[in-house]
Design a protein around this ligand. Structure first.
Ligand code: SF4
Length: 51
């Protein structure tokens, strides 16, 4: 999983869905560990998450 920092608006949806993979840092989501979280791709309002 990857997060496009330029697109992320820090809504926290991905963190809510997969807290083991994403965390918020300085208002942006970052990937903290490897893994799959397909639901987050659709849940991101700005499509900032890349599989
Ligand atoms: S769901 Fe998308 S916009 Fe929201 S914090 Fe995650 S990457 Fe950023």
């Amino acid at each position: 999983m990857k997060v496009d920092k330029n697109k992320c608006i820090g809504c926290g949806a991905c963190v809510s869905i997969c807290p083991e993979i994403f965390e918020l840092k300085d208002g942006k989501a970052v990937v903290k560990s490897k893994g799959e979280c397909p639901d987050s791709v659709d849940a991101c309002p700005v499509r900032a998450i890349i599989k």
